[in-house]
Design a protein around this ligand. Sequence first.
Ligand code: NOJ
Length: 540
Amino acid sequence: MQESKWWKNAVVYQIYPRSFKDSNGDGIGDLQGIIRKLDYLKELGIDAIWLSPVCRSPQDDNGYDISDYRDIDSMFGSLKDMEELIKEAGERNIRIIMDLVLNHSSDEHLWFREARKSKENPYHDYYVWRDGTEGLPPNDMRACFGGSAWEWVPELSQYYFHQFSVKQPDLNWENPKLRQEIYDMILWWMEKGVGGFRLDVIDQIAKEPDLKITNNGPRLHEYIRELSKETFRKGDLITVGEAWGANTELAKLYSNPDGSEFSMVFQFEHINLDQQPDKEKWDLAPLDFLKLKQVFAKWQRELYRTGWNSLFWNNHDLPRIVSRWGNDKDYREKSAKMLATLLHGMQGTPYIYQGEELGMTNAEFGIEDYRDIETLNVYHERLDKGYQKEDILNSIHAKGRDNARTPMQWDDSPNAGFSEGTPWIRVNGNYREINAKQEMADKGSVFHYYKKLIGLRKTYEVFADGKFELLLEEAKDIFAYTRTSEGEKLLIICNFHEKEIPFLLPEGWSGKEEILIANYNEIAETEKLRPYEARIYRKA
Ligand code: NOJ
């Protein structure tokens, strides 16, 4: 089937199901909860929902450890609920994008339970095994969540390889039978009307542990092309691969306009700009703003007509952007709107993470209130290494994944209207001031600003196809760029900081042009920018 590329004008909304809306009072969000909130999403104007994993899972890594790819975990509902969600969303012109976790399964998946029975078992080779001696793993590779990447299985006198937790054994993509099982499963979901897929850590599937290669293995693009040909290309889907190891050259392969791989990838170059070089994300450094501009400009330039960008600040693994690079105290609303303007003016498909459209903030908890496996592991690992408790918590407050996972703030009733039971993780204490009900009623809210931005993308083609040019590359506070297509031009200006700064419009702009959106009501002055001020001008 020829792809229609509808996703070039689309805006995607990410739902982290366990934290979105609980319909049955067990404290965990579920599919019926999402169905109840579809009208809210329709009102916002999004085109597709990316659902973090809802398949059956022991939840060692909140569903990124799947034990049955063809069933829904009972904590979220049933297959029938999923079918209902696809249908109800479809009636509102919203497509459902599922999260495919194909690098690893759960150790409780039937395949792995069989695989560890014997070396002769037909499923044994679905995973990555190496012979060895207890206590002497094949090499010193580390798992992303801490500890060795090798786990000893005494019955087999073998180690299995896991890039994430020990309960997430890596799948062996070298095995054609495993690949075929995966394709069959994807086709089965496509039959059910799923509108696309997000592919978890897809650049890690072609690992070569003997060579200590995790991402970008030699056979990676061969596998992806086969996967795409056998599945996605048979439908009209949006596909987005998660690729921490992508550079622009690789992204051109992944998002090749010929459709041979994916629609686009999530790359993380901008996301890594506030950590110390060659260290972990927990090793904090101030954001290098000039670098941020260079990185965005490079991606915009390089992928113009040769690929396609995804645009995001947030997801379920990242801290809240308004706390991270905005100002969640004195300028929460202004800075949230500025960050949205900066991102949504660019070329690519924007992704909004639940609560971002409200300007939801990070949550500072004590260690006892965190639930994330990565957070808990790093806390203990760093304590053992002699780090100070306060320093570890400081890093967790800034970068921990649970910042994104606190319950969605619907209203000012108990538990923010998320659940009538006890939420699986604490609600952010600011829900009485920051919540959907209040923002929907206030035309000046962050919610209405996002709604307007989404609408603009649907009204003016230049948002999808205009060529990007960065202005004022060396300016320390201003992020400004133009987008140009035939007969239409946009100027996007953002003051990235809280200082008021002098500013003159660039040549060719008088200030009399149409202002499509701005985060201050009165544009009285064109010679300065107020704290976090953002505007989009248009001329045709
Ligand atoms: C990336 C996912 O986004 C993250 O939440 C998960 O822990 C790892 N992949 C492992 O699946």
